[in-house]
Design a protein around this ligand. Sequence first.
Ligand SMILES: [Zn+2]
Length: 422
Amino acid sequence: MQNATLWRALLGVEKTVVEDIEFDEDEELLVAHVRPRARARARGRCGRCERRAPAYDRGEGRRRWRALDLGTVRVVLEAEAPRVRCPEHGPTVAAVPWARHGTGHTYVFDEQVAWLATQCSKTAVTELMRIAWRTVGAIITRVWADVEALHDRFADLRRLGIDEISYKRGHRYLTVVVDHDTGRLVWAAPGRNKATLEGFFDALGPERSVQITHISADGADWISTVVAEKCPNAVRCADPFHVVRWATDALDEVRRQAWNESRGAVTQRRAGRASGHAKALKGARYALWKNPENLTSRQQAKLAWVAKTDPRLHRAYLLKEGLRLVFQLPHSEAKEALDIWIGWARRCRIPAFIDLQRRIVKHRAAILAAIEHGLSNGRIESVNTKIRLITRIAFGFRSPEALIALAMLNLGGHRPVLPGRK
Ligand SMILES: [Zn+2]
């Protein structure tokens, strides 16, 4: 075969003999006939464990693997796929140097898909590579498995954040572990219970578990139980942004109640027409949620209107803001401020905030620990936001493993690189 070196470079393969190139004009498909360079006739390597093994049979004959397009032309590699008799795995298709075992795409094809999946939209990846989104899911799962095998992602962990993230429109959950010091996503698994989290500590191992100095979480009991058992020395902290979110949720409950009440009052008088008050309340949502320093002048006006017309809702707003401010104080002042807040909330006569107050009391030590040890809240929150975005992109993958692979490839500190650019 002429220009064999050039063809190997164009196809992105190594340790491979290019025997022939043929162009199918009807299909606009370039077929490269190849074989592994080093394989002796009588022996090969097991596709699963890569150990040398004697030949078994011809398997299912010739097979094809999708390679990267050349210009606008689709390309496949075609080769024999004989089986070897592995001492451990029995008759298994022999390993090939251009693709992962049991897949229909070459290494370079996989690498490019993984890179694209972390960089562009679903449509961009599937259109450009001419594959289904589910295939993208399968590809990034195996790319991540290889990246994972190459790196020790559990080295030097000291301060961790543990969280649960919903996916599949909130019907399923992932437990995620983030490194506070680097902002890396360290680990993720489907489920949100003791067994899920124990899986993490088992992977981390007992020696490294006891070296963890700080753990922040959202206050869920199943997390505290496992943490107390696996790293008894770690300082347990509450993630401030979770606590503030509890307050925002409580405020939202009060706002919805006020809205329903004003709407109900109207329906009794004039059926079918929402009052201006109910509408305005609905519109006040963002003014109530946002931090005061970021309010637009319209939102400020809205808030002033709430203060005048709905003192109870305004009180709820001030309680939410008060709690948020506690986290901006130095530790020495935060303790007193938190206790003042607890007293205020206890007497506020708003059920949602009385419940919140009980929850805050329960987690008081962990909240103060978070402030004292200055756990970088913004970092965990930004990782959280990114994972939530990824769960939306990953919608349509067949398995949670593909979602986890996409999250790990994006946020785990080892992002894919384009083939041929190393
Ligand atoms: Zn084997």
